[in-house]
Structures are given as structure tokens and as C-alpha cells.
Design a protein around this ligand. Structure first.
Ligand code: AMP
Ligand code: MN
Ligand code: MN
Ligand code: MN
Length: 278
């Protein structure tokens, strides 16, 4: 049986809706054999996922999706096969977690000015120990009938430039890459087409990313069209980067994205897993 990879997904540790165990079991049902759990700015789901993966017979690569800022742009960097116990990584993540909490307070303040009160208390309570993300705010806005969908929550309040948007300096790109590398992991630029960068900005980014030690880009995601894969594969080729594939699964309620439901990596692209001791 060939391996089936999914190297990007989320659990309740950040903005997914399934526990790490449920993620593993769902991946198993979908015949995934190699999975990376990559929650936003936290590794708190990894221990549980490891245990569930052992039982399910899935090869789990400990992962993370780090929030970074490069030239005023927010970029997501996946760390694959990281060591969650690495102290440099832990210190870096802790800083991001503080930023997330401060940003949540500021978002809530902006919502209050729009006559939407109580978001911070409701969200910190609902999130518990999970990372607080804008997805939690979107849930809150839908639950309290301020909007009818996540999309509307982002379009009206949470998206860049909207009334409750708070811009933030996440980790420096270079720092995030070195935390990943120094913990034994491989740094992957997540969903390269989602940043809406022009061709010349993508070029600048991929050159910088590679110089800083980045090794791969996501060529296939759960929502990639054929054309998206062609474009991303060309980036991988042109800048001599390996390719990763990951669904970015968050929740079974999003029927468009499923664990393991991914187009294959184009045959001439070096798979990122060739750089990892599986
Ligand atoms: P954050 O990292 O807290 O800024 O939150 C970003 C998360 O919000 C992403 O990982 C997505 O899961 C979600 N997200 C971003 N944009 C949208 C959107 N337009 N609609 C729905 N979810 C979104
Ligand atoms: Mn997310
Ligand atoms: Mn992302
Ligand atoms: Mn993600």
C-alpha cells in the first residue's frame, strides 16, 4: 500500500473542532498513513495525538503552524517533525501565545465599540486552553447572530482592514524558521497562494525564505484547484524547494476540505517527506 500523506491540519488545540484523538481517528478512516498535526502557534495537542496515532497505527509527525510577519505581511510557516520539547521553540511559541491573547483583547475592544459586548469573556471561556484565533471570534459573532456565517464575520469585522481588525507583528520570519530548524524540523511555507502576492513579491519571498533556511512550500492544499497546483509546483521548481501536501482541515462542518483528500504532488517535485526520517 502506498503511503497517504496529510501534513497540515488543526485540532481543538487551536481553531479546529475535533480533539487530537478525533483528528487521528478521522485520518485513519480516510486511509491517511502519515499525518502532521499543525495547530496555530501551539504544540499542546501533540501528546494526545501521539498516543492516538500509536493506537491507530498512523505515523504522526509533530508539527506546528507558526504565525510570522515578513515585510508587513502575515505568513504561515509550517514546522514538520519538530521537537515540541525544544526550549528555543517553546520560548518562541510562548511569545506568540502572549501576542494572541493581547490581540484578542484588542479585537474585543473594537467589537465593543461596534456595540458587540462580551466577546473576550465568552471566547476565553469557550477556548479554554486552546489558542485564541479569529475563528473563535467568528464563532462568537455567528452564535450571537451578529452575522450569519464565518465568511460574513471576516468580511464585516475580522478581515484585514475591517472594523475589528487588529494588525500585529507576529514572529519574524527568520526567527520562526530557525526555531523550527533548531528543533530538528523542516520549515514549509503554508498555502503560498493565499497571501495574494504579486509575482515579484512571491519571488522576493521565496528567495528570502530559502536564504533563511526554508526548505519547502505547500504545493497541494485541500482547496487547491488544478491551476493552483500548476502555479505552486512552478514556484517549487523555480526556487528549488521541495513540495508538501496538506489539507488544512479544521472541521467536518466544512465539507470542502477533508483529511487526506488531496491531489497528488506532481511527480517531478521533490516531496518534503524525503527530507524527513519517517
Ligand atoms: P488568526 O491566525 O487568529 O488570525 O486566524 C486565522 C484563521 O482564521 C485561519 O487559520 C483560518 O482558519 C481562519 N480564517 C481566515 N480567513 C478566513 C475567512 N475569510 N473565512 C473563514 N475563516 C478564515
Ligand atoms: Mn486556522
Ligand atoms: Mn494558515
Ligand atoms: Mn492551517
Amino acid at each position: 500500500m502506498p503511503e497517504k500523506y496529510d501534513l497540515h491540519c488543526h485540532s481543538l488545540a487551536s481553531d479546529g473542532t475535533l480533539t487530537p484523538t478525533e483528528v487521528i481517528n478521522r485520518a485513519k478512516e480516510n486511509q491517511v498513513t502519515v499525518l502532521s498535526l499543525t495547530d496555530h502557534d501551539t504544540t499542546s495537542g501533540i501528546a494526545e495525538a501521539r498516543q492516538a496515532a500509536r493506537i491507530a497505527g498512523i505515523n504522526l509527525l509533530p508539527g506546528i503552524e507558526l504565525s510570522t510577519t515578513w515585510k508587513n505581511k502575515t505568513l504561515h510557516i509550517i514546522g514538520l517533525n519538530i521537537d515540541p520539547d525544544c526550549s528555543e521553540l517553546k520560548t518562541g511559541i510562548a511569545k506568540l501565545q502572549t501576542k494572541r491573547l493581547l490581540r484578542a483583547e484588542k479585537i474585543a475592544e473594537k467589537l465593543t465599540k461596534k456595540n458587540i459586548a462580551g466577546a473576550y469573556d465568552a471566547i476565553t471561556k469557550a477556548a479554554g486552553k486552546s489558542m485564541i484565533t479569529r475563528t473563535h471570534f467568528a464563532d462568537f459573532l455567528v452564535a450571537n447572530q451578529h452575522v450569519t456565517s464565518h465568511q460574513q464575520a471576516f468580511d464585516t469585522y475580522l478581515g484585514q482592514g475591517k472594523s475589528a481588525y487588529v494588525s500585529i507583528q507576529w514572529a519574524e520570519l527568520e526567527s520562526a524558521i530557525s526555531w523550527i530548524k533548531n528543533s530538528g524540523g523542516v520549515a514549509v511555507l503554508a498555502h503560498p497562494l493565499r497571501y495574494k502576492l504579486t509575482a515579484s513579491w512571491i519571488r522576493r519571498l521565496l528567495i528570502a525564505f530559502k536564504e533563511m533556511g526554508g526548505e519547502a512550500i505547500e504545493v497541494v492544499t485541500g482547496r487547491s484547484t488544478e491551476q493552483d497546483i500548476i502555479i505552486s509546483a512552478k514556484y517549487a521548481r523555480d526556487f528549488d524547494l521541495s513540495g508538501s501536501i496538506g489539507s488544512d482541515f479544521h472541521s467536518p462542518t466544512n465539507v470542502w476540505v477533508e483529511l487526506g483528500r488531496l491531489a497528488p504532488l506532481p511527480a517531478d517535485i521533490t516531496p518534503v517527506w524525503s527530507k524527513i526520517d519517517l
